[in-house]
Design a protein around this ligand. Structure first.
Ligand code: PRP
Ligand code: URA
Length: 209
């Protein structure tokens, strides 16, 4: 699908399978999410622009590549987005961070906002929004709307698992925002869960169920 990248690296797919297993422990789930997020980060930043800087090696001078432009912003949709955020910050420690607090109302599946904090100058930066799950897309659509209201206009959305219904809804709402995911699963069930999925990502990360 246009604007959607499925990250099919073997290590990503292997780790995702272990995360899906219902008997994987909270500690194991959290560790795998952190590991997998570094691999996803590698893919979502693959096209970043480079410039050159003159440096001295112990032997000589050279023009060496460095990232161009301002530092990235990682925007984490709470709670579960923080599981992806940590591994991404391992790889890009200088990134700025936005937090968007959203939870799904279990009956309506609408996203309810309870927190928002982002760097002032997000309009000048590439913003990578992270949340492991793209189900109905109500949460991610609302998070991106809020970031755009604050001036962001160069955005990418990174998740671990997506439902086809969510991908379609997200792309319709934000056709300018490319989606990166490790898998597009079969469908959403009647409660808005991704099938086969991995269950509730926040609960599995934090052991809250
Ligand atoms: C989960 C997940 C996403 C959202 C996806 O969060 O982390 O944010 O559901 O579903 P959607 O695409 O249908 O909106 P949840 O609401 O369970 O909150 P939590 O992260 O605090 O557990
Ligand atoms: N949120 C989750 O954590 N899991 C799903 O399957 C759907 C939404």
């Amino acid at each position: 699908m246009d604007g959607v990248t499925v990250i099919d690296h073997p290590l990503v797919q292997h780790k995702l399978t272990i995360m899906r297993k219902k008997d994987t422990s909270t500690a194991g789930f959290r560790r795998l999410l952190r590991e997998i997020s570094t691999l996803l980060c590698y893919e979502v930043t693959r096209e970043l622009a480079l410039t050159h800087e003159n440096i001295e090696t112990p032997l000589t001078e050279m023009d060496a590549p460095v990232l161009a432009g301002k530092k990235l912003v990682f925007a984490s949709i709470l709670r579960a987005g923080n599981g992806l955020l940590e591994g991404m910050l391992d790889l890009v420690p200088s990134a700025r961070v936005a937090h968007i607090g959203l939870y799904r109302d279990h009956d309506t599946l609408q996203a309810i906002e309870y927190y928002f904090k982002a760097p002032e100058d997000i309009s000048d930066r590439l913003v990578i929004v992270v949340d492991p799950m793209l189900a109905t897309a109500n949460s991610s659509i609302s998070a991106v709307e809020k970031l755009k209201e604050r001036g962001a206009h160069n955005l990418r959305f990174l998740c671990l698992l997506a439902a086809p219904e969510g991908v379609e809804a997200f792309r319709k709402a934000h056709p300018d925002v490319p989606v990166y995911t490790a898998s597009i699963d079969s469908h959403l069930n009647e409660k808005g869960y991704i099938v086969p999925g991995l269950g509730d990502a926040g609960d599995r990360m934090y052991g809250t169920k």
